[in-house]
Ligand binder design. Structure first.
Ligand SMILES: C[S@@+](CC[C@H](N)C(=O)[O-])C[C@H]1O[C@@H](n2cnc3c(N)ncnc32)[C@H](O)[C@@H]1O
Length: 292
């Protein structure tokens, strides 16, 4: 994607961003890069086809590293583990029983049918257009009795001790991002619907567990406070990358205006008076023993 806003707008916005105080993210490299007419936009496409809304550059991969580690293969040395993604973002130094392959989960699954003991997906919100088809495929490739498990994050900010006013930046943020995903045709609200989809796809013994993931340091619970601190870093590191493609391409907001939105949003994440959290939803279910 090529973006070249007028250079004075770029520098005015950079100046504004720098004056509002310590930035939660680095001076937006997207804007600095777009200052050179004809130069490509910050790597807002996650892969060469642009099928996914988040970038796959070093900055975003660091945000993913903050969010989790890949350790399944280490914990299950006798399992043959295959990790798939649209692009090779994973580390190259991996255990011998693990291989990463580039594969689009929305395309035909080349793996044997009725074969896998366990299929796991994590945070594919906004990545899949046809979730019903996705669960049917997972069911088809599991062996009878095998388990499918999914971990998703709701991007709806929630509070237990009040409600966010409609004009609060965090409320507008969730609403805008969810609307963008619906417009894109790849909903962000899969955490909310995963269990229902799995039951509809004929999974048995579907279990859903919901966890609170605070944003910020507000919790008096030691564990939640620690999680909230990491999540704050995760969000501040990721927010620019999460937003840019959806705001500019889907919602048709200019690059400059997108950055104007990011600053109050990032500051809203630090608001000590807002005790916000996301819900992380883990859902698992089993392929019936009699199924083929
Ligand atoms: C939020 S990241 C989570 C990364 C990974 N699932 C994990 O938990 O470590 C979402 C990832 O899904 C990948 N992705 C998006 N659409 C995909 C698709 N259709 N097939 C395979 N991977 C996809 C993206 O490239 C991105 O790396």
């Amino acid at each position: 994607m090529v973006c070249s806003p007028p250079i004075h707008e770029v520098y005015a916005a950079v100046d504004l961003l720098q004056r509002v105080g310590p930035l939660p993210f680095a001076v937006p490299h997207a804007m600095v890069q777009t200052a050179f007419p004809g130069e490509s936009h910050h790597d807002v496409t996650c892969d060469s086809s642009g099928a996914y809304w988040a970038p796959n550059d070093d900055k975003q991969n660091t945000q993913l590293d903050i969010a989790h580690h890949i350790d399944f293969a280490d914990e299950h040395p006798y399992a043959e583990v295959i990790g798939t993604d649209l692009s090779l973002i994973q580390p190259s130094f991996v255990p011998p029983n693990l291989q990463f392959v580039i594969d689009d989960a929305c395309e035909y699954w080349i793996y044997p049918k009725s074969h896998s003991d366990y299929i796991h997906t994590r945070t594919l919100y906004g990545a899949i257009a046809d979730w019903s088809q996705f669960y049917r495929k997972a069911l088809k490739h599991l062996r009878p009795g095998g388990f499918f498990e999914q971990l998703e994050m709701s991007i709806q900010f929630r509070l237990d001790d009040g409600t966010l006013p409609d004009d609060h930046v965090l409320k507008i943020w969730s609403k805008t991002m969810i609307e963008a995903s619906e417009k894109l045709g790849k909903t962000f609200r899969i955490a909310e619907f995963a269990a229902g989809y799995m039951r509809n796809a004929s999974f048995h013994n579907v279990v859903e567990r919901r966890f609170k993931l605070p944003v910020g340091l507000w919790s008096i619970d030691k564990k939640l406070k620690s999680l909230g601190t990491w999540n704050q870093v995760h969000c501040e590191h990721g927010i620019e990358g999460w937003a840019m493609a959806l705001l500019t391409r889907v919602m048709k907001v200019s690059v400059i205006d997108s950055h104007y939105m990011l600053v109050p949003n990032a500051q809203g994440l630090r608001d000590p008076d807002v005790h916000a959290y996301f819900e992380v939803v883990a859902v698992y279910g089993q392929k019936p023993m009699h199924a083929i």
